[in-house]
Write a protein of this length. Sequence first.
Length: 467
Amino acid sequence: MIPVAALRTPVGAAYLGGAAVSGLLCVTVGLATVQRHLREEGAREAVQAFAQGLPDARPMLLEACSDDPDSGRLRLLLGVWELERADGDAGRLEAAERLFEEARGRDPEVATQATIGLALCRLALAEGQPRAGREAAARDAEQRLQGLAGPDVEGARAAAALFAGRAAEAAGLLGEEPAPELSLAGRRAWSWNRAAAGVLGRERAALAHALQAYALRWLPLGGDEEGGAPEGEPSRRDDPARLLAAAYRVSLGDAGAQPATPEALGAACALAERATKLRFSGGAGRGAPRGRFLPPTSYEPPIHNALGLGLYRAGRFDEAAAAFSEALRGSREPLYALNRSEALRQAAERLQDAPKERNERLGLAAESLRLVADWVKDQEGREDLAQTALRTSAALSHLAGATRDVDRLLMSRKELLPPPAFHRDMGAVLDHLKQRACVDHYKKALELGHPDALGIQARLRQWERRR
């Protein structure tokens, strides 16, 4: 199984890089060619079931291998089946290794594909090992592939490079376009690994490859579907959506993604805007599949947040705020609300000559920060965030000309602030509104030891002169 935090580390991205490359095994062994070499009708049906990914393919291939013990091609296909569905199961990976060895010994025409299979099994068996073990597995896989040639071999070499964390090398081996002779399975694997190399290498173009890989995925979607992973425990069914979400984050949300030009960022934003506008119904229930181009709904908030970050960096603040609003439709993540507030504040800065529109955006920015304060107020260790969000919300409301709302805001959430800060802030609000009640709050703040004693005393003297 791909680790839960697979996309948070270079090693994790490398795991995803090798996960689907086994599709390359069938590139040069066309299924029609396999069928011509098979003598029994049952074997042809087994190959067809394999090609369609039917659940009965494995028992049919096992039966066909029993009926034709000399067929290397059948053993190759059965090995591919086991490798693609092993999901970290050492028993299935060892069975795949045995089948590839048997295929290589029985039929020289499939020796190259069987060798690729053995190399990929070696990588899969080392998944989760310490770095030294992973690097040793990558070296062993590369040694197995020495002397072999072809786009499928280059794909396997790229998988080994990704497994060892060498993203630039993997991207160079894969190139920018798949080889014309690749089958659909080969293009699927190429797109997957090229996207993983882009994520690991922090490429702005990672999103384009990930969208193609997601559209070509062969695994059913996770989420509410029967057979999905237990709650909180992603399986390979979740990998396509996780890789796609990671590509959005890198292409749009990573300030260090290359090339770091306005043109490259603009192109990535345009692609993401087109992709996130697609809406396909795909089943009932929260988290159910959305269609061929959109991941399960649980992945949409981080994807819209990444789009918002890209638009923000491109200086398109109103559109960025709209993207952050979309992220908040399916999530109560404080980070998205903070991002929305900042985008609206930046949009307001550009509207100094349009006070109505400026104040409208400042008011919405203040509203986002109030959400943050309410969401995190009961979370241990986030007291400072709640206080900062509340006080900044009050300041933005004041700038928007809604100072009369600020006292109600502070009174309704007074438990979020330390008593000295609450009384000082209430005093300042009422002072601005020219209400003498500010004096009592100022005095209480002094009594409680507020650090801004000099400033508070100066305001009190001003009020004393007015008597």
